[in-house]
Every structure is written in C-alpha cells, then in structure tokens.
Write a protein that binds this ligand. Sequence first.
Ligand code: PBG
Length: 326
Amino acid sequence: MIMSRRPRRLRVTDSVRSAVRENNIQADDLIYPLFVVEGDQKKITISSMPGIFKQSIDLILKEIEECTQLGIKAFILFGTPSTKDARATKAYDTNNIVQKATRAIKSKFPDVWLIADICVCSYTDHGHCGILDHGKVLNDESLEVLAKMAVSCSNAGVDTVAPSAMMDNQIQALRTALDKEHLIETSIMSYSAKYFSSFYGPFREAADSAPQQGDRSTYQMDPGNSKEAIVETQIDIDQGADFIMVKPAMSYMDIITKLDAAFDIPLVAYNVSGEYSMIKAAAEKGWIDEKKLVHELLLSFKRAGADLIISYFAKDFLKHQNGFQS
Ligand code: PBG
C-alpha cells in the first residue's frame, strides 16, 4: 500500500509551516483597551492586571504613541470618572474624562480608530449598567442615558461607540439619537453576545464598576445559552449594529464560530480581563510560556472566526512578535 497522504510534509520547517498557516495575527486585527483617569502624570497599577495601568491623559498620549509605533491603530477607551451619582450624569458631560481624552487623542493622532465603551457602571454610585429602581435595572430609562453618552462621546470625536450595557434595544436607541444629531458616520460596535461572566472580575477593579448590590444576571446573557447569541445578535444587526461581538472570548469560542457562520458583518472577540489575569498569574509562577501561549490564544480567536480581537495582550504581543513566531 502506498502511503500517499502524509500531512507532516507540510510541517517540515518553519518556512513551510508559516507558508501554509491558515490564520495569522497582524497589528490590524488588534484593539487595545485604555483606562483613563483624571490628573497629570498619573499611572495607577491594577493589582489583578499586571502590565495594565489607569493613566492620565498626558500619559495616555505617550502610550498611544508607543502603540502606533508597534502598528496598533485601534483603541477602546474606558473612563474612571471623578464623581458618580445614581443617574450617571457624568457619563454624558462634555468634560467627562473619556470625552476630554478623546479630544486630546484626536487632536494629536487624528488617524487612530477610537472606540468608546458605552455603559454607565463606572458612573453610577450603585455600579449597575443602567438606572436602578428598588434594586431593579430599568431598561427603557437606561436607554436615554446610554444614548446621551454615545452622542456626547461622538461629539468629542470617537469614531465608534460600543454599547456594553446589555439593555434591550440599546442599538436602536443609540442609532436614532446619533442620526438625530447628524452623527451619521459614527459606527456602532455592539457587545451583542455579552455573557454574565466571572471573567470580568479584574476589570471591575480597574473600572471601579462592581455592583454594590445584586449582580448583572438579569441583563447579561446566561452562560448556558448558545442559540440566544444568535437572537441577540440578529436584533442588534436589525437595529443598525456595524460590528458584533462575543464576550468573553476564551470560554465562548463556540459562540464566535456560530456568529461567524450566521452573520457577514465584522465580528469582534473580547479577550477579557480575567482571561488576561489568569495567564499572567500562571506565567508569573513559571507554569506556562506566556509568549507562546498568547500567540496560540490569539490565533485561536481568529481560527474560531473572529475578525478583530480586543486584548490587553495586544501591545506585549506585537512587542515580542518575532519571539512569538519562532
Ligand atoms: C462595562 C464593561 C465591562 C467590561 C467591558 N465593559 C464589565 C462588566 O460588564 O461588568 C469587561 C471587560 C473585561 O473584563 O475585560 N459594562
């Protein structure tokens, strides 16, 4: 018998392997999250996310300069505001930290793709992603605040607004409000399939956004559900989403593949804070090879079907890319 099929022929050298590799990670695929705080020369460590900092606008500008030199062109902004209240009024204040950072970034780097996370959990004193009434998050009242925040961020200069509050009909509310203000070129990146997840723990330390009471299970998706991701995403596309998303990414690769098969608009995978922290912690203990593991991880998101990846690893990955490829 002639043993004609020998797939190992395609694995003989690195040159052959890289020539036949179906997926690759490029700087263009990556979106880097940035945490902005008030002040000057402020660089605050986030204990559960080594290597990631909350920074004042002056240092954020330096950070963006470094990132653009590595080829990163896209950033998603999260703000920790100076004050909070029950109705998140700071979120749509033109002098809020995200709006100020946006103006500063766009005047220095007009070509970067700037995305603003649209959610009020960092802006409410109770830490929920919407307006609260007797322990209940009110959907339609919350839409008004989210829409105002989106218009305010768009007026400040962001290219894209990314609603992550998981309120029903938030895409329609944002699109209607933006269009009314003639902000027709502002695109919407919907966190369309956002699960109720313990993987967000470290982010809540960073954004100071943990709910004081209760949890987010009445608005974020149940981790046991898969078909529901299609339903949620279809609604968002029908209402005008320009990008769709799966979040978290690592535990939800099946959902990435499903949405990629079902929909034809750009699909984003959000490699969230807990996924970052677990890998960092294991690497600190010397239990894994971080550089190789991160390359493998990012490739997995692409292989699963993601077009774009939001990742706290973006900068490190590109910095060490040559090391990663070997
Ligand atoms: C805001 C928001 C969260 C994340 C992104 N936007 C937190 C949450 O929903 O509790 C999580 C990001 C991460 O964990 O990296 N709602």
